[in-house]
Unconditional design. Structure first.
Length: 272
């Protein structure tokens, strides 16, 4: 897979209502984010159960059915092989503490636009969030990053997760991540495969806004980038800090997202 385009390449907000509507023709799922732990998205599939294809009409990943996880244990094993490590982001990135979310927690955006932890929805087979940081130094504040991989029970459950993430951004343009942490001015856009040269996934969601922290101040850039392929969603999020440019943040996130998509292909694609 080629390297991803930058997170800021999302001048597609006008398409959001249509994409949300076309997403919602399948079974229900949950949601995933580093909002409190990790959240979700939108989709551009042409109809429920169908896959957006490029000019060659080949799938993003041609899966081996025997390699697709059908149990929670198998899903957790796959996530462990796919999810990013600190080195996937680049030099200077280290694990934060706590490093991994609990496997039985799932972030839910309440009616009050505050993120809370709940049990995963019935459409989620397994999910994991890892937290990272570039420590403060050389005139820059601590840059906080996260990677999230979720395995759903069906492809439609994964599409629902994408759709729900778009709805969240429209419903709550300002959100409380946890005590003393907020994101605001949120805008989200989605690209189906083949739109604007998007070829890495069946659907991709890009969300950006401003991050404010009682500890670190702000506003600083906030980014969320999530891809859906088959029954899998893969995401990276970044909460900016003093001295960090959009380009620097984008480079770190793009590296990790690309690494996870490549490993997902290696984990489930037909061999040979």
């Amino acid at each position: 897979m080629r390297r991803r385009r930058g997170w800021r390449g999302c001048g597609v907000l006008a398409a959001v209502p249509l994409l949300l509507a076309t997403a919602c023709g399948g079974g229900g799922g949950g949601a995933a984010k580093d909002r409190p732990g990790a959240s979700p998205s939108a989709t551009g599939t042409t109809a429920a159960g169908s896959r957006t294809s490029d000019a060659t009409d080949k799938p993003v990943i041609d899966p081996d059915p025997a390699r697709l996880p059908a149990t929670r244990e198998a899903a957790l094993d796959l996530i462990g092989r796919v999810i990013a490590d600190p080195e996937d982001f680049g030099p200077g990135v280290v694990a934060r503490r706590p490093y991994e979310s609990g496997p039985d927690t799932w972030p839910v955006l309440g009616a009050d636009c505050v993120w809370q932890q709940a049990e995963p929805g019935r459409g989620v087979l397994a999910t994991l969030t890892r937290s990272f940081e570039v420590p403060a130094g050389k005139g820059k504040g601590p840059l906080r990053l996260a990677a999230i991989v979720t395995v759903h029970r069906t492809d439609d459950d994964a599409r629902w997760e994408m759709a729900e993430s778009l709805e969240e951004s429209m419903r709550c343009p300002t959100q409380q991540l946890r005590q003393g942490e907020f994101i605001g001015g949120l805008g989200a856009g989605a690209l189906a495969r083949g739109e604007a040269n998007q070829a890495n996934s069946e659907d991709t969601l890009m969300e950006s806004g401003e991050y404010r922290s009682a500890e670190l101040g702000g506003p600083y850039p906030y980014f969320w980038d999530q891809d859906q392929i088959l029954r899998f969603t893969v995401a990276v999020t970044a909460k900016g800090a003093k001295g960090w440019t959009d380009a620097e943040i984008d480079d770190l996130g793009s590296r990790a997202q690309s690494a996870m998509l490549i490993r997902l292909n290696e984990a489930v694609a037909k061999k040979g």
